[in-house]
Design a protein around this ligand. Structure first.
Ligand code: F6P
Length: 379
């Protein structure tokens, strides 16, 4: 990776959906940068703050005592520089963002975010030559070329605890409980929490499901005296028929649409979505004749204090970012490889989603303990 002059002034922003650990990561980057005598500027509300020129100076005081706090004190937004709602128009604000970064005399813009943020950061670099550096943040754990993203471990703990709690009530009432877990189009969170919480069925987007198989699995459990069932379903799970239709559409040249891109009404107002698990629970109740309930964990999974593992990870990633800035390595994402934090070219990360491989060791593990993955009967 080509080295340039070391950074003397950096901007930090947090973009996309928030998650526990963002403050810890800001702290890690800022403390390491301040240690190397850099000027640190906080940019508010993601890329929108850069466009609208809303910033705060960051000194040691601003990042003291925030290691354990959830959310991000800088605020976040899902705004993209090239497609930003400005009043009642959607505009390309790329050049405004770049001009503001230059006016602030940023040697590098540090962007903390998930898949969308990696793309937006690369876009700014390519459109105006400004230096960027990113950190992988998302409870979905779907950022490419890193073993793990921060936020995942905390969300995994929250979702696992929820499954534990659902177990006791499902057992008492002999019910099926369908627990919807976030993860966007990837199944890492549902799979991890499903295994850790001992879910009886795990449904992830990478393994399209057949409801008849799931109903049969639940009936078999009943037959063996197990009168309750917990289903961990990823919000992006799709049926075999839906997967076929999707593949057919893609083959015939239809553009892949993001099923989670916010739906808005004619006035651009966000429309609240129903959890998809309601439909699945209704169908399973019909197929089995057994009572089903739904729990959609939603944003609970993104709230609150980061786990110790996430605090450690954020501090490692943040301080590694400081080291790279000090040595003039830019336009990379700081990734995790085993015990190391390494720089990977942003170009190779942006636009690539890390899905669960269908033969991943976790999937094999789940099947070996008799969990039904929705495609074939579990034991
Ligand atoms: O990417 C993180 C995530 O929490 C996804 O798991 C989920 O699909 C999405 O964000 C929800 O986004 P929002 O907070 O905009 O509703």
């Amino acid at each position: 990776m080509a080295k340039k002059a070391r950074a003397r002034c950096i901007g930090i922003l947090t973009a996309g959906g928030d998650c526990p650990g963002l403050n810890a990561a800001i702290r890690g980057v800022a403390k390491a940068a301040l240690h190397h005598d850099m000027k640190v500027i906080g940019i508010l509300d993601g890329f929108r703050g850069l466009v609208e020129n809303r910033t705060v100076p960051i000194e040691d005081m601003q990042v003291s005592g925030i290691l354990t706090l959830g959310g991000t004190f800088l605020g976040s937004s899902r705004d993209k520089p090239h497609k930003m709602k400005m009043g009642d128009k959607v505009m390309d604000m790329t050049q405004v963002a770049i001009a503001n970064a230059r006016r602030l005399q940023l040697d590098c813009l540090v962007c903390l975010g998930g898949g969308g943020t990696q793309k937006n950061a690369l876009h700014l670099h390519k459109s105006g030559g400004i230096n960027v550096l990113t950190l992988p943040k998302t409870i979905d754990n779907d950022v490419a070329l890193t073993d793990i993203s921060f936020g995942y471990d905390t969300a995994l703990g929250i979702a696992t605890e929820a499954i534990d709690r659902l177990h006791t009530t499902a057992t008492s009432h002999h019910r099926i409980i369908v627990c919807e877990i976030m993860g966007h189009t990837a199944g890492w969170l549902a799979l991890g929490a499903g295994i850790a919480g001992g879910a009886d069925v795990i449904m992830i987007p990478e393994i399209p499901y057949d409801l008849n198989v799931i109903a049969e699995h639940i009936r078999n459990r009943r037959h063996h005296g197990k009168r309750f069932s917990i289903i961990a379903i990823a919000e992006g799970a799709i049926s075999k028929d839906e997967a076929k239709a999707l593949a057919k559409g893609l083959k015939s040249g239809k553009k892949k649409v993001d099923p989670f891109s916010p739906s808005v009404d004619a006035n651009g107002i966000h429309l609240v979505q129903e959890p998809m698990s309601s439909r699945v629970a209704r169908q399973i109740q019909q197929l089995t004749g057994l009572e089903a309930r739904v729990t959609s964990l939603g944003h609970v999974q993104r709230g609150g204090t980061p786990s110790p593992a996430d605090r450690l990870l954020c501090t490692r990633l943040g301080t590694k970012a400081g080291e790279l800035l000090m040595t003039g390595v830019y336009n990379v994402m700081v990734a995790v490889r085993g015990d190391e934090c390494v720089a990977v070219p942003l170009e190779k990360v942006a636009g690539v989603v890390k899905f669960v491989p269908v033969n991943h060791p976790w999937v094999k593990t789940a099947r070996l303990v008799g969990t039904c993955m929705g495609d074939v009967l579990g034991t």
